[in-house]
Design a protein around this ligand. Structure first.
Ligand SMILES: Cc1ncc(COP(=O)(O)O)c(C=O)c1O
Length: 396
């Protein structure tokens, strides 16, 4: 988690770079991001390509930063493929996973040598020209229940994603009949049961082995997706546990592995700041970030973000705590970030509220509801804060 001393440094550091319209700020903590990326890389076999999911945090500067550090990018749409290219990512480090690729999108990417393009259905394979130079993968639905929340569980039998592994012979026939050289799966976000995921990995590997046994090694790449919940770094993490499972499952194989993590990488490495605009009845505060930034939280279940209150120069507001509901700025009753949050009783208009751990699925999901301006985005390098992007008016 980002330390309070770094939050304080950012508040003090941005003071000269903002004006009174900057009622909220989105901050990326680059040293923590890099630490997490290195932890991820260290947990997996060394040749693994880690293609970070663009959808989790698509800020163009963030993509450039990830590419500069040598990581790949996973694109869920042709727009994200274009963003990855604009960020300088080599096609060989881009994974394209849209489930609804049009014929013209496929024409666009099929000549991008070594870009991994995963088809969502067998029928999609017919849309590729015979001279395609991209790497074509088939998305397999492992049909497992890893404990992912229902909305993010993409591996149920009726899932819209991929070809069910129960249709094994169909997958094998398609892989043999088309220029397929990869298999892909993503079991869902926030997987809980890693032993179930071990079974899914083993099944994917067995399927690739079976295709290879009749085709002298057509399948060379296995993309195993992302899907771990956010967690702090420590000696014992789910990421380390998962990496150990991957080492075991693929110990005796030559497959090139690809991952597509999103929230595990980003969530802890970002925070947001909002001015406190109103304090009502000593029990409700109104801030400038709500369901526009915390879309998933407002419409599903709010994550338990760590909240702190600061004065204008970055000093911690301390003292006796009291219970507050934190209301966002949008015009609907459900726009609350938290209920019963314990904040200093002296919390007042003009203070900053810091919301820690907001690096994933926030800016990325910015909602147009009420047409509020997207805040300034700031990058903190451990010492300095610099502006990654100015406030942006929504352009309809
Ligand atoms: C195909 C695919 N890969 C990767 C991800 C990233 O998942 P996570 O953020 O849970 O790691 C997603 C998330 O929706 C996805 O759909």
């Amino acid at each position: 988690m980002i330390s309070n001393s770094d939050i304080s440094k950012v508040i003090a550091g941005v003071k000269g770079q903002i004006n009174e319209q900057d009622t909220s700020l989105i901050v990326a903590h680059l040293p923590l991001l890099e630490e997490r990326l290195q932890y991820l890389a260290k947990s997996f076999p060394s040749e693994t390509l880690h293609a970070i999911a663009i959808k989790t945090n698509p800020h163009p500067q963030m993509l450039k930063h990830l590419v500069g550090l040598g990581y790949g990018l996973e694109a869920a749409s042709i727009e994200e493929v274009n963003m990855a290219m604009a960020a300088g990512c080599a096609p060989s480090k881009i994974v394209f996973d849209s489930p609804v690729k049009t014929r013209s999108e496929i024409d666009c990417v099929s000549g991008l040598t070594d870009m991994l393009v995963n088809v969502n259905s067998i029928g999609e394979l017919n849309r590729f020209p015979s001279e395609a130079t991209c790497t074509i993968g088939i998305r397999v639905n492992p049909q497992v229940h890893t404990g992912a929340p229902e909305m993010f569980d993409v591996s149920r039998n009726e899932s819209k994603f991929g070809v069910a592994i129960s249709s094994k012979q169909e997958i094998i026939n398609a892989a043999l009949a088309h220029p397929v050289s990869a298999l892909h799966m993503h079991s869902g976000s926030q997987m809980k049961d890693l032993e179930v995921q071990r079974g899914a990995l083993e099944a994917l590997k067995a399927l690739a082995d079976e295709i290879n046994a009749t085709s002298s090694g057509k399948i060379h790449t296995l993309d195993i997706g992302g899907g771990l919940p956010s967690e702090p770094l420590s000696d014992r993490t789910r990421m380390a546990e998962y990496g150990a499972i991957v080492h075991e499952v693929f110990a005796d194989s030559q497959y090139k592995l690809v991952t597509e993590f999103g929230q595990w990488v980003h969530a802890e490495a970002g925070f947001a700041l909002s001015r406190i605009e109103y304090v009502l009845d000593e029990s409700r505060v109104f801030i400038h970030l709500g369901a526009d930034f915390f879309m998933r939280d407002a419409y599903t279940k709010a994550r338990p973000f760590a909240l702190e209150v600061w004065n204008d120069t970055g000093e911690f507001v301390q003292g006796e705590k009291s219970s507050f509901d934190i209301a966002g700025p949008l015009c609907f009753a459900g726009d609350y970030l938290a209920h019963g949050a314990m904040l200093p009783a002296t919390t007042a208009e003009g203070n900053w509220l810091s919301i820690n751990g907001t690096g994933a699925n926030t800016y990325a999901l910015w909602s147009r509801h009420c047409s509020r301006t997207v805040p300034k985005c700031i990058a903190f390098d451990g010492v300095h804060s610099s502006i990654w992007s100015e406030r942006t008016t929504i352009n309809y």
